[in-house]
Write a protein that binds this ligand. Structure first.
Ligand code: PEP
Ligand code: MG
Length: 849
């Protein structure tokens, strides 16, 4: 008789169900473990006889209504020991620990001593007394935990200790033991702490618990006996690799606890293995594992016991896996025809992909936390603390990784950021300078760590618990979690392997919204291409002026107080910008490139400290006092709402004229080699249609000049960044002048909330913790408020100009929830930092599956 057939001897009761191939069992009523065991029984695997108790039954037990225990016990071999394990709907919601060896008593000890030897029988009994005392009778664990099975008199010491502490002898009746175990497990589930813990993991208030009662296969006794766990793939990489542990003379998951004593699974020159000791059981195990993979459509971890050389499968759970392994497992399952490709795509959380693109802290590595802030740019980096960009560059020159620590970063720090392994700032939020640049270049970054003290003049930082870290000390920033850690922490490499590329290609076949990248430099554009972006959706041209050779002419231009004075500096900047744009067009090979004209207030390019002012005075050959006065005069009370963006374009037109000329000349230069380039030119911070009209006329005039000079034709597309509430409301008028509208949701969020994007980090965590905002609105688009403005903008823009291209280029463009909103309002594409492109590609695919 097969195992399954042997189990099919009892009637089916939906609440107390013997697990047979056809028993009426379901995950929402009996839990995932019961359902999984039924699948294993259907495969006719050697699963010991098991009865599943439904959520309703367990709930009744917690309330004091015990089912007919004699009937329950009658379903098992009267000589068998039993174990009880939890079966919640989602294994992540946890549950009380398993209790093994139920039924051990003095009489069974005697009979088992005959069958499996006194030592093994004593060990089983002692383990049961210990588990029962601590988890069921709730006696003081200290009294029981240290008693060893091979200690002479250990068992009787445990029994006496039990009797003394419980003021009653150890219960001998197996049915009573079972009923107490069931009651304690049912009650543990319904306790407040357990409920709060699982609710924290997403379980509903009324989540139920099922229990499975299973005959024990004894891992102790004569012949080869033991227990272990095994999975057929590496939990780190997902590549085929028999992984796990087996321990002779053990039960449950002991093999995992006593790693040193455990055996290798496969034959190994370093020591004995399960394959040597029980070759038949080992080959059965492999065979069953591969059948389980196919039937359960998943890589499983198997819990097994070997009793006198024979294999028993006790349980199967989803195999442990890192993000990298999860992706490979999904791809391999689809490649082997076990699951459809679409399902493989759906099995991978878009957010998990960002883990693959960066080096991460190794799972299980020790974290000595110094403080935390906003997880602004993912990935982990270790290095010595430096406080200036110059020091970061010096470290890079010595090939020494460093962490650039600043109160906040400014354009001048971009060079330092390129040189550093990671960045930590005291101020800022998701859209602060450090965060945006960090994400753009894939640099791990924690910002707004305001609870640590940044004593930059003393060249030290103080952790939240008062420890001082000085310049040169080693720290690690974890931009994935937002933590700052002491010292070097073990990390795992980025994993852009063939499985990653395969899955992303499957995702691309499905998605129906394009994904562009925000890329400012040729290096960014190359990253965007590597990540298969559908073009550049935002090139922030001001980021091109941070190189040392550009900063000086830029400052000269800013300092000139007449158009003639500006002309000299502009003549220097023009060829540099032309070369920048030519490089971008070439790298993107005919894909769209959207270039935003200069946006920030000019004074952002001027130094703020004495040393910088002095340097500038020398460069310009002016007295320090003149330079200082001029810099101060350019300061604004509220620069983000001051002379920036299109307002600069209208009042200081030479900058835009230069940029537009550079774009057109680059267009012709790059078109020479391939497909004609059609550049997209975008105007920032528009709030009135006349701004667009004035600038369109100017840009057309420059285009005409370049066409005449070069004797060649080209076209361009003009677009408007919709990032003020008024631009959303008047999108109909604005669209008349624009081929495309791109929502700049960083500024739009700032202006809709009246919330500074650079200062919000200080109180955002309190606001989120107290439920004022469900999420940081600079991170996840506020669909209710900002979203309504966007929707109005899209509708009004499209009504006035049906073919207008609509997109988003704020940081929200890389956030899966926000992408769902953008798709729902009918956007043509989203644009996000290059390192978020794969996340966005996968999120977009999920939306159309
Ligand atoms: C925006 O405001 O959303 C945007 C993309 O522009 P920036 O972040 O450069 O202001
Ligand atoms: Mg903006």
């Amino acid at each position: 008789m097969t195992y399954a057939a042997a189990q099919q001897t009892q009637g089916d009761d939906p609440d107390i169900t013997l697990i047979t191939p056809t028993a009426p069992l379901a995950t929402p009523t009996h839990g995932g473990r019961a359902k999984c065991l039924q699948r294993l029984v259907r495969l006719d695997l050697p699963v010991p006889r098991t009865v599943a108790l439904s959520f309703a039954t367990v709930h009744d037990i917690a309330a004091g209504r015990m089912p007919d225990l004699d009937a329950l016990c009658a379903r098992f071999d009267p000589d068998a020991l039993l174990c009880v394990r939890p079966s919640s709907q989602d294994p992540d919601w946890g549950g009380p620990g398993a209790i093994l060896n139920i039924g051990m008593n003095n009489a069974r000890h005697a009979t088992l001593s005959q069958r499996i030897g006194t030592q093994a029988a004593t060990a089983l009994y002692l383990r049961f007394v210990q588990a029962y005392a601590v988890h069921v009778a709730r006696l003081d664990p200290d009294v029981f935990e240290d008693i060893e099975a091979d200690e002479p008199g250990g068992l009787s010491a445990a029994l006496s200790a039990y009797e003394e502490a419980a003021e009653a002898p150890f219960p001998q009746d197996p049915a009573r033991q079972l009923s107490e175990v069931l009651r304690s497990m049912a009650r543990a589930w319904e306790g407040t702490t357990a409920r709060l813990l699982r609710q924290g993991k997403g379980a509903p208030m009324d989540a139920g618990l099922g229990l499975v009662v299973q005959e024990m296969a004894l891992g102790l006794g004569r012949g080869e006996c033991g227990s272990g766990v095994v999975q057929m793939v590496s939990p780190e990489t997902g590549l085929p690799q028999i992984t796990g542990r087996y321990l002779s003379q053990s039960q449950g998951r002991e093999a995992l606890k006593q790693r040193n004593a455990a055996l290798y699974l496969t034959r190994d020159p370093r020591g004995p293995s399960l394959e040597d000791k029980a070759p038949q059981a080992f080959s059965d195990l492999k065979r069953h594992a591969s059948r389980m993979r196919v039937a359960l459509r998943e890589e499983m971890q198997i819990e097994f016991t070997i009793e006198n050389g024979a294999l028993h499968i006790l349980d199967g759970i989803r195999a442990e896996r890192s993000a990298r392994a999860a992706l490979r497992i999904a791809v391999e399952l689809a490649e082997d025809g076990v699951i459809p490709r679409d399902e493989a795509v759906l099995r991978i959380e878009p957010r998990a992909v960002s883990e693959l693109l960066h080096r991460q802290i190794a799972p299980g590595a020790r974290r000595d936390i110094l403080g935390g802030g906003v997880a602004a740019s993912p990935g982990a980096a270790t290095g010595r603390i430096v406080f200036t960009s110059a020091d970061a560059q010096a470290c890079a020159a010595r090939d020494e990784p460093c962490i650039l620590v600043r109160r906040e970063t400014s354009p001048e720090d971009v060079r330092g950021m390129h040189a550093a392994a990671g960045v930590l700032t005291e101020r800022g939020g998701m859209t602060s300078h450090a965060a945006v640049i960090g994400r753009g270049i894939g640099l791990p970054c924690v910002v707004g760590a305001a609870r640590m003290r940044f004593q930059t003049r003393l060249r030290q930082i103080v952790s939240e618990d008062g420890r001082v870290f000085r310049e040169g000390d080693t720290i690690t920033v974890d931009g994935t979690s937002g933590e700052v850690l002491a010292g070097k922490v073990e990390t795992v490499e980025a994993a852009l392997d063939d499985a990653f590329r395969t899955l992303m290609a499957w995702a691309d076949e499905r998605r129906d919204i394009r994904i562009r990248a925000n890329a400012d430099t040729p290096a960014d554009a190359q990253t965007a291409c590597n990540f298969k972006a559908d073009g550049i959706g935002l090139c922030r041209t001001e980021h091109m002026f941070f190189e040392a050779d550009r900063l000086t002419p830029m400052r000269e231009m800013i300092f000139a107080d007449s158009p003639e004075g500006r002309a000299g500096a502009i003549a220097l900047l023009l060829p540099m910008q032309r070369a920048d744009f030519t490089a971008l067009f070439r790298i993107m090979e005919g894909m769209p490139v959207c270039i935003r004209l200069f946006d920030p207030p000019l004074h952002e390019f001027l130094p703020s400290d004495r040393a910088g002012l002095l340097e500038l005075a020398e460069a310009l050959d002016l007295p320090l006092s003149d330079v200082t006065r001029r810099v101060e005069a350019m300061g604004e009370y509220n620069p983000m709402l001051g002379l920036r963006g299109v307002r600069l374009g209208i009042t200081v037109p030479e900058i835009y004229d230069m940029q537009v000329r550079a774009i057109f000349e680059a267009t012709l230069d790059a078109s020479r080699e391939g497909e004609p380039v059609v550049p997209e030119i975008m105007l920032p911070l528009v709030s009135a249609k006349r701004e667009v009209e004035l600038l369109r006329n100017r840009i057309d005039a420059v285009a005409a000049e370049v066409r005449n000079e070069r004797g060649r034709n080209f076209t361009y597309r003009l677009g408007v960044m919709v990032e003020t509430p008024r631009a959303c409301l008047r999108a109909d008028e604005i669209a008349q002048y624009a081929h495309f509208l791109s929502f700049g949701t960083n500024d739009l969020t700032q202006m809709t909330y009246g919330l500074s994007r650079d200062d919000a980090g200080r109180f955002m965590s309190d606001y989120v913790a107290q439920g004022v905002f469900a999420e940081d609105p600079f991170h996840v688009l506020d669909t209710g408020g900002v979203g309504e403005l966007i929707q109005l903008g899209v509708e009004r823009g499209r009504a006035a100009r049906p073919g207008v291209t609509v997109s988003i280029c704020g940081e929200h463009g890389g956030n899966p929830e926000s992408i769902a909103f953008c798709r729902a309002v009918g956007m043509d594409y989203v644009s996000c930092s290059p390192f978020r492109v794969p996340v966005a590609r996968l999120a977009a695919a999920h939306l159309s599956l």
